[in-house]
Design a protein around this ligand. Structure first.
Ligand code: FE2
Ligand code: NI
Length: 504
């Protein structure tokens, strides 16, 4: 038995350690450890409920808009505003969150994951005129390889020209992400933490000038997703097609659904949304979601055992550093007692099996390009493809939502803070199902609980000893070279973990 430990896992957000036990080249056991406690749920206690909107966004600097939306929906429901949010505000929240998420998917693919497959050193042989590639070449000649090295070696398969072109796209992606940030800031005031989304609606108003500026930037994002991002993912997936068979994991997928369409049902579990709410398992059947079946367990997490097995509305965060047998600061969310993966793959497949015609056509087209069945999406490349397809679906809808805005109509509803109330906010962050729960007493936050996408995916074992989604995806993997375990990091990065979020 050989132990292979990766600590920290780089090119992800935050502090993640992966430990594996390998026998005859196969991963027999895996543990995923979140290493940094933060305590934002505890900071929120006793404060004005409106503070949750501002402070909960600080859970993450990568995906704050999604926390902003989750917190706003949570406070809307606590304040009795679920059916009173003006249509302009619904659309502007969609635009702020959606544009940020498209930018975030581009960030993940190019700046975090692609370097597992793209060999930047191929630029050393570049003979063309692209000034940016030539400046990369100069760095390579000087031996200044950061941030591209050190890295695991031994499995770079793309032809030299494809590596060079993909490196040019790596650089171009920075520019496009800036354009995405600029668009988000038009309605959200600033980046990363939005001041535009508030309970009751949004703070800004749409004008023809702002809509035009936003539209022009969205067109650039859309063009990049369609002509660069999606083709690059398909090209890499076809060369690394064995990664359509690696890292399947638990094959249970869960989505809260996101991006409210028309309608204002105060019950967040019944809203009409662009990405649908539900679960899907290996048999590719759709099941509606019962929010009451969600629990967080902590037997293997550094929290007091008395808080295990609670629904998030009754959840507790009682740190117990050094607790015997525990190995992570991440709690273990479970649905109906079972392990579920969340993320772009989940929201795409849930929407697919729910029968959305646009999503069905898009997914079937992409899989035909790869000559792969739907079940191949349960894999490393499946997750990358799902992320790119989710980016495309969103980018296509951003334009639509912009044109539905009505200048001159309201974007905000007045409210009073209730003495006592409970609230729930459910959305999909870039990395998956995101839920916030609040309990208000004496007009103050009595309890605030967040169950975040990477809390699901990077969770340790549950009270029954069943490993979490990333752990399950690693177990059974063949590792060719224990000194260069690129299979392991490729699997972990396909989940796009955000550890700051997962522990919060
Ligand atoms: Fe939490
Ligand atoms: Ni995050």
């Amino acid at each position: 038995m050989t132990k292979v430990s990766i600590d920290p896992v780089t090119r992800i957000e935050g502090h993640l350690k992966i430990e594996t036990e390998i026998e005859d080249g196969i991963v027999k056991d895996a543990r995923s450890t979140g290493n940094l406690f933060r305590g934002i749920e505890l900071i929120l206690r006793g404060r004005d409920p409106r503070d949750a909107q501002v402070i909960a966004q600080r859970i993450c600097g990568v995906c704050p808009q999604s926390h902003g939306v989750a917190a706003a929906l949570c406070l809307d429901s606590a304040f009795g505003l679920g059916d009173k949010i003006p249509d302009n505000a619904r659309l502007m929240r969609n635009l702020i969150q959606g544009t940020h998420v498209v930018q975030d998917h581009i960030l993940h693919f190019y700046h975090l994951a692609a370097l597992d497959y793209v060999d930047v050193t191929a630029v050393a042989a570049y003979q063309g005129k692209d000034p940016e590639l030539n400046s990369v070449k100069v760095f390579l000649e000087r031996g200044e390889l950061g941030p591209f090295a050190p890295r695991y070696e031994g499995d770079y398969r793309l032809p030299v020209e494809v590596n060079q072109e993909a490196t040019a796209h790596y650089l171009k992606a920075f520019e496009i992400r800036r354009t995405g940030h600029e668009a988000v800031a038009i309605f959200s005031g600033k980046i990363p933490h939005s001041v535009g989304i508030v309970p009751g609606g949004v703070t800004d108003t749409p004008t023809v000038d702002k809509i035009t500026k936003f539209l022009w930037k969205v067109k650039k994002l859309q063009e990049f997703v369609n002509n660069v991002y999606l083709p690059d993912v398909l090209a890499i997936a076809s060369v690394y097609s064995d990664y359509l068979e690696i890292g399947a994991g638990c094959k249970n997928l869960l989505s809260y659904g996101a991006y409210d369409l028309e309608g204002d049902d105060p019950d967040l579990t019944r809203r009409k949304r662009l990405f649908k709410q539900g679960t899907v398992s290996a048999d590719l059947k759709y099941h509606p979601l019962a929010i009451s079946s969600i629990t967080e367990v902590v037997k293997y997490s550094w929290y007091e055992d008395s808080s295990t097995g609670r629904h998030p509305s009754q959840g507790e965060t009682k740190p117990a550093p050094g607790k015997e047998g525990a190995y992570s600061w991440v709690k273990a969310p479970r649905y109906d007692g079972e392990v579920y993966e969340v993320g772009p793959l989940a929201r795409l497949l849930v929407t697919y099996v729910a029968g959305d015609p646009v999503v069905r056509q898009l997914v079937d087209w992409a899989l035909a390009e790869l000559k792969a069945p739907v079940s191949a999406l349960f894999s490393v490349m499946g997750r990358h493809l799902a992320r790119a397809l989710c980016a495309k679906i969103l980018a296509d809808n951003l334009e639509k939502w912009l044109l539905e805005l009505k200048p001159g109509e309201p974007t905000y509803t007045e409210y009073e803070i209730p003495d006592e109330a409970t609230g729930m906010g459910l959305t999909e962050g870039s990395r998956g199902a995101l839920g916030h729960w609040i309990e208000i007493k004496d007009k103050k936050i009595y309890n605030y609980q967040a169950v975040v996408p990477t809390t699901w995916n990077a969770s340790p074992r549950d009270d029954n000893g069943v490993p979490g989604p990333i752990e399950q995806a690693l177990i059974g993997t063949k590792v060719r070279d224990k000194d260069n375990p690129f299979e392991l990091v490729r699997i972990v990065r396909s989940f796009d973990p955000c550890l700051a979020c997962s522990i919060h």
